[in-house]
Design a binder for this molecule. Structure first.
Ligand code: ADP
Length: 395
């Protein structure tokens, strides 16, 4: 019997997440993660049709991939292809692509746009090629969905040659998640995606919101890098562009130090001084912690402001989607954000929100349209489906 399984790989600098997905049934058969790669305590854990933990010690990405091979073999799992999450496809990739010498070359040419992510994504592709030489592979990009943005949304108002000669523009990220949840929302609303004006808010450790009209991204909050836009776990989101110079001049910091502050010590963590984790902050706030309360307040305010701004790119709003760890699970964040948006016609249904919208198609507002809804994201499933499609087109 022909397998419907795709192995989805998400390769980071010190980890490889993997998931074996049946793209027809939409089920995850085995998921796991190799962690602390390059360090003395490298480990591998997995769960699903089988589960377990291995502690091979200091291993690199290729060895980790070989460990993943043996876990899959021992679990009796087969698959027809491999799909890689790739962070940045630049302007070259507006859709998912088969891994070939030509596409790998094009990806290499975009390394400078995502110096922290693309080289490790490539490493994952090479390690998978070495471990599974028989299996075709595809790359699915975080940026590709946003290539439909019009120029008014993707251009920065800076000297034009910085865009035309150096590719400095807004690219947007989380594309697989925004694409997945907007398609799913149309399905649950029972309306064609082509007819809908949607804003999706992906709120996890990284956060971004996107305006989607007729299934196409029209605008999004992340930009050249995933630092722009909303308040995130440790990332600041939007700040005054002069902040870098101000901090360099006044605190005698260098640019790398400022960049590290904005990426790793800001956002929810920076404001609260406690944690980047929304659950922890809500608990601390309930116990009277003022700084945790400030962090949640700024998070919700900036999110609501961004949602209202994104509606400009749509002209109207049919549904607002909450997804990601915070969007799917945090009742107070959804409630407080919606409380700032009554002028969009969004009015919270408290009981439905308490129940995460499980009762009625994910909808957590009163009235028919517009509505706000909770949709669980599944980026691995979308990567698996795209990979299956790319492989089918090839054969
Ligand atoms: P990642 O971007 O790493 O995939 P997730 O989508 O898992 O992250 O989201 C992580 C965030 O979701 C954390 O801030 C976490 O606190 C939050 N989260 C998860 N469950 C809950 C919950 N029940 N209530 C509030 N926040 C939650």
């Amino acid at each position: 019997m022909k397998s419907n399984n795709i192995l989805v790989i998400n390769c980071g600098s010190s980890s490889i997440k993997f998931s074996l997905v049946d793209f027809e049934a939409g089920t995850h058969l085995l998921t796991g993660q190799a962690e602390n790669l390059g360090a003395a305590d490298g480990s591998l854990k997995w769960t699903g049709v089988s589960s377990g933990v291995k502690k091979p010690g200091k291993i690199g990405h290729e060895e980790a991939m070989r460990e993943i091979v043996s876990v899959l073999r021992e679990s009796g799992c087969s698959f027809v292809g491999i799909g890689h999450r790739v962070v940045h496809g630049g302007e070259h990739f507006s859709q998912s692509a088969l891994v070939s010498p030509k596409t790998v070359e094009a990806l290499r040419a975009h390394q400078h746009l995502a110096p922290l992510h693309n080289p490790v994504n490539l490493l994952g592709i090479e390690a998978a090629q070495a471990a599974f030489p028989e299996h075709p592979q595809a790359m699915v990009f975080d940026t590709a969905f946003h290539q439909s943005m019009p120029r008014r949304a993707y251009l920065y108002p800076i000297p034009y040659h910085l865009f035309s000669e150096h590719g400095v523009r807004r690219y947007g990220f989380h594309g697989t998640s925004h694409r997945f949840v907007t398609a799913k929302a149309a399905e649950t609303l029972g309306r064609p995606l082509e007819d809908l004006a949607l804003v999706s808010a992906h709120l996890g450790n990284g956060c971004s919101a996107t305006a989607v009209l007729g299934g196409k991204s029209m605008d999004t909050t992340m930009g050249l890098t995933p630092l722009e836009g909303l308040v995130m776990g440790t990332r600041s989101g939007d700040v005054d562009p002069s902040l870098h110079k101000y901090l360099c001049d006044t605190l005698n910091l260098n640019l790398d130090e400022v960049s590290s502050i904005l990426n790793k010590q800001s956002g929810l963590l920076g404001l609260s001084g406690i944690s980047n984790d929304m659950r922890t902050l809500l608990e601390a706030e309930a116990k009277g912690d003022e700084r945790a309360a400030i962090a949640v307040e700024v998070f919700c305010y900036r999110l609501a402001k961004a949602i209202a701004g994104l509606v400009v790119g749509l002209g109207r709003l049919d549904a607002l989607i909450f997804t990601g760890g915070i969007g799917e699970n945090s009742k107070p964040v959804r409630a407080r954000t919606l409380a700032l948006l009554p002028f969009l016609g969004l009015h919270l249904d408290e009981a439905a929100n308490e129940d995460h919208g499980r009762g009625d198609r994910g909808i957590i507002t009163r009235g028919d349209s517009p509505c706000a809804m909770v949709v669980a994201t599944d980026e691995e499933l979308l990567i698996a489906r795209d990979t299956a499609r790319v492989l089918a087109e090839k054969s």
